[in-house]
Design a protein around this ligand. Structure first.
Ligand code: KG4
Ligand code: ZN
Length: 332
């Protein structure tokens, strides 16, 4: 089945055609330049940009790869305006061509990105999804089953990267900026906390880490707006913050898999594009005898091929949605 995937849940207009775990064509039109002056995604600007960029992206994919047999679209969670652009387009396309339509959960799609690997991971496995809005662990006991084990109690890992980058005066999006700045820094230069790393739960917490970076940067008086000039270099702070986030995420993900006797671990979400995190998870996975599956960076950040992959799983199990399918921006 040739599944057309569509994702406009945040700030990437993405369309892809996938067949049997193979990407036939894919387009991701980013909007970083539009949002970077504001230091984060502006929902209204994102929705308008999706409306402008969607049809050219769809044309490009269809003219390269030919027709689709079904349509899968992210309808939850995400920013409501951006979600509605993709959802309306998906409905119109499915209606006009008489194709089945299925709504996809964005975070389950991040997990399903691993099904585009060759060879793909076979369930059961544990999945760590770390993105700009979410950080959570899933147990995937079988195909199409996504059981949430734990999640962040405050900021997401990507949000932590973005906020620390803003503190350090590095451009949005923060993850890639911190990764770049960290190349010249010492990851052991600044002692930063690892909140909840050793907690027995599968939950995460990143807001304390962000505050710790603020104090290291501006001194303890930062909270009173009486900042002293930092003696710590941006590169060292970036490297130390990246190390702390990678340490927490990799320790908890590998431990979640080991505890449940899962022999496979999948990584996904924009933060999984981080090289230090990828390396540390691979290293700790190896040490624990757990096979680690990490999609290429372009399939970790938002993309529509992963939506098609999750859509294929739903369609193959007989799921179909009607044209009353709605956006659910705050879906769990
Ligand atoms: O999954 P994603 O593309 O969009 C959401 O669904 O949120 O994730 C975006 C997040 C942003 O917070 C961004 O800073 C982070 O992923 N990110 C990274 C890297 N590339 C993107 N974080 C760390 N290192 C990277 N190389
Ligand atoms: Zn995402």
């Amino acid at each position: 089945m040739r599944v057309l995937g569509i994702d406009t849940s945040c700030d990437e207009t993405s369309v892809a055609l996938v067949e049997g775990g193979r990407i036939l064509a894919a387009k991701v039109a980013g909007q970083d330049a539009l949002h970077s002056p504001f230091g984060g995604v502006v929902p209204e600007i994102a929705a308008r940009a999706h409306a402008e960029r969607f049809l050219p992206a769809l044309d490009e994919v269809l003219s390269k790869a030919g027709p689709a047999d079904a349509v899968a679209v992210t309808n939850r969670p995400g920013l409501v305006g951006p979600l509605l652009v993709g959802l309306s387009a998906a409905k119109a396309f499915a209606f006009a061509r008489g194709l089945p339509l299925v709504g996809v959960h964005h975070l389950e799609a991040h997990v399903a990105a691993a099904y585009l690997l060759e060879p793909p991971p076979a369930p059961p496995f544990i999945a760590l999804i770390a993105s700009g809005g979410h950080t959570l662990l899933y147990d995937v006991p079988g195909h199409g089953r996504y059981v949430r084990l734990g999640q962040t109690q405050d900021d997401a890992a990507g949000e932590c990267f973005d906020k620390i980058a803003a503190l350090l005066g590095l451009p949005y999006p923060g993850g890639p900026s911190i990764e770049k700045a960290a190349k010249d820094g010492n990851p052991r230069a600044v002692d930063l906390p690892r909140p909840l790393r050793d907690d027995p739960s599968d939950d995460f917490s990143f807001s304390g880490l962000k505050t710790a970076v603020l104090y290291k940067l501006k001194g303890q008086d930062a909270r009173r707006g009486d900042a002293t000039k930092s003696r710590v270099s941006v590169a060292d702070l970036a490297a130390s913050a990246q190390e702390a986030i990678a340490d927490i995420l990799s320790a908890k993900a590998v431990r979640a898999a080991a505890r449940r006797g899962r022999a496979r671990l999948v990584l996904g979400g924009g933060v999984a594009a981080n090289t230090r995190l990828r390396d540390l998870v691979a290293e700790r996975g190896r040490a624990a005898g757990i096979l680690v599956f990490i999609p290429p960076k372009s399939l970790c950040t938002d993309n529509a091929a992963m939506v098609a992959a999750r859509g294929a799983e739903l369609l193959e199990s007989g799921v179909r949605d009607g044209f009353d399918l709605d956006a659910d921006p705050y879906a769990e």
